[in-house]
Design a protein around this ligand. Structure first.
Ligand code: GDP
Ligand code: MG
Length: 556
């Protein structure tokens, strides 16, 4: 079957080139990628930071190679699969690859060791003999909700359509939240199978576990109107929970092993389906060309004028996209501030509490105290804001989802109008082009706390006797915390807004060029003359026979 798919894609590629069908490029590319990812089925593991993802994968692989309890680098995905010998590789954003020791993995995937991804790592790939029972599956440890669909170059949401399964981990001590639900509903658009894992199930007794299970199932059912399997799991062998083995067996038997055993079939099913729609799109475009080619030059001119007349032209849709982008981006800072500002009290209280603990240990004159305080404040604020960004990432990124939907809507409406006009004039029905806009999520901003004091007031008080003024200074420091928290929260909101707006603007450009490709493909099709008729007929025949080949695959 593989050779067949290869041949189909190669022949469609030739037809695409020959007739300038640039609008089918995304579909063709998706099929090619799918074909090259043939050998494995991907299982993505999602969940908040500290929900137990890395521990879970370590448990499945009976290993400790993934660092646990570390803040992950948001942009690095870690892949695990079976291999006859243990090995690990780091791939960098510039395409470089190096072999690494499995003990070194933390150096690449943990934020503490690779802050802000200064090492420019794209992914880490690990092969383990202990994953033999899941041969045919490739697991991916994601950096946690908020940065779920990660950034940048190679790896992005785009690989998700190849993930056969998404496992979402929710710790039993953190009930399923609105955000989790929102996330799961998003996921379902990309992967046919989503499973909820109640992680750290050892932390509750049977009764409570059953309650949490029912709560989650009903909630998911109500929100998503489909049944999502919910399975408990314990990843720590040393807690000695006797139920662990049972949970593990259930996950294996109900979910993982059936998919591993069927990986080839699953793949062919998806591939056949995608090839069929690719062929149909090409055939639809060539039918337009064929019909147009049978008309006289004069008629063709009229048809093109009608299809591309004012209102259906590129400048119009460009303007529409521009206005929409402006609407979406202009209020972003306010919107994010409204969300982040709520945490002002929480962050402040945490810092004040920590300050009260630290203060008695600080000694020296005012100048010294101020330096220690500054250092402490900078470190604490960075830590808290970073954690807040991680925790609230999903909500902060919600505007991206909205922008994606709005842009897609505008573009689809425009293309539908265009297609309608073609059908009007030529009587040829049109297969809609595959179109999925995925906005790439930005990384969390660096929360680098700059100058803590706006005025160097400590220099004025330099010689003041500490004995008298210590409590006064203490009070002043506490007041300062409040102000600094607010200032830096606002800054974080602004930084997020800037990044999100940039992502939206990039997506708008992408949409524009997509529309341009569609318009020019229609334009080429509507310009074909009768000299081309034999070639078009031949290509259509060929597509017809390729369709039969693809149709013989399991899902076709
Ligand atoms: N009791 C218990 N603790 C767990 C379990 N799985 C993970 N943990 C703890 O949860 C914390 C976060 O785990 P980690 O795997 O790093 O989470 P990640 O951030 O989602 O990758 C660690 O301290 C783990 O020891 C579990 O099944 N039971
Ligand atoms: Mg982890």
């Amino acid at each position: 079957m593989n050779a067949d798919f290869k041949r189909i894609l190669q022949k469609v590629g030739v037809i695409q080139q020959r007739f300038g069908l640039s609008s089918v490029t995304p579909r063709l590319k998706a099929c090619r990628e799918l074909l090259s990812h043939q050998d494995v089925i991907q299982v993505a593991v999602f969940g908040r930071y500290k929900s137990g993802k890395s521990s879970f994968l370590n448990a499945l692989a009976d290993t400790r190679v993934l660092p646990v309890g570390v803040l992950p680098v948001t942009t690095v995905l870690t892949w695990l699969r079976y291999g006859p010998v243990e090995s690990a590789r780091a791939e960098f954003l510039d395409g470089r690859e190096i072999s690494i020791d499995s003990g070194e993995i933390e150096e690449y995937v943990a934020e503490e060791r690779n802050p802000g991804n200064e090492k420019q790592v794209a992914t880490v790939r690990i092969q383990l003999p202990s994953l033999e029972r899941y041969k045919g599956l490739e697991f991916v440890d994601t950096p946690g909700i908020g940065s779920l669909f990660k950034h940048g170059t190679e790896v992005s949401l785009r690989w998700l359509p190849y993930a056969a399964v998404a496992l979402v981990l929710v710790s039993v001590d953190q009930p399923l939240s609105e955000e989790d639900l929102g996330f799961i509903s998003q996921l379902r658009q990309h992967t046919p199978r989503v499973i909820l894992i109640l992680a750290k199930a050892d932390r509750v007794g049977d009764t409570e576990l059953a309650e949490i299970g029912t709560f989650s199932t009903t909630h998911l059912m109500r929100e998503l109107e489909t049944e999502i399997p919910v399975l408990p799991f314990c990843s720590l062998p040393d807690v000695g929970d006797l139920r662990s083995a049972e949970w593990r067996a259930a996950l294996d038997e109900q979910i993982l092993r059936p998919i591993a055993a069927n990986s080839e079939h699953e793949h062919e099913r998806i591939l056949a389906h995608k090839c069929m729609s690719l062929i149909d799109e090409c055939a639809s475009l060539l039918s337009i060309a064929l019909t147009a080619a049978t008309r006289s030059d004069e008629e063709r001119l009229h048809i093109r004028e009608y299809v591309f007349e004012e209102g259906q032209s590129l400048p119009l849709i460009q303007k529409e996209i521009g206005l929409l982008t402006h609407d979406l981006t202009s209020t972003m800072t306010d919107r994010l501030w409204q969300h982040l500002g709520v945490f002002h009290g929480e962050v402040r209280a945490k810092l004040v509490e920590d300050f009260r603990r630290q203060w008695p240990k600080w000694r020296g004159n005012l100048w010294n105290l101020t330096r220690v305080y500054e250092q402490w404040l900078r470190a604490s604020l960075s830590r808290e804001l970073k954690e807040l960004s991680q925790r609230e990432g999903l909500t902060l990124l919600a505007p991206l989802g909205e922008a994606e939907a709005a842009l897609t809507h505008v573009v689809e409406r425009f293309l539908a109008r265009l297609a309608e006009r073609v059908t009007d004039t030529l009587g040829v029905p049109i297969v809609p082009a595959e179109h999925a806009l995925h906005i790439t999520e930005p990384d969390s901003p660096d929360v680098d706390v700059g100058a803590v004091f706006d005025t160097p007031w400590d220099t004025v008080w330099f010689l003041i006797p500490m004995l008298v003024f210590r409590s006064l200074i203490r009070r002043h420091f506490i007041k300062q915390i409040k102000w600094e928290v607010e200032k830096h929260l606002a800054r974080t909101a602004a930084q997020w807004a800037e990044r999100i707006n940039m992502a939206i603007e990039r997506a708008a450009k992408e949409e524009e060029s997509y529309v341009q490709g569609q318009i020019s493909t229609f334009d080429i099709m509507l310009s074909e003359t009768d000299r081309e008729i034999p070639a078009i007929r031949q290509a259509l025949d060929e597509l017809q026979s390729l369709r039969i080949v693809a149709g013989q695959a399991p899902g076709g």
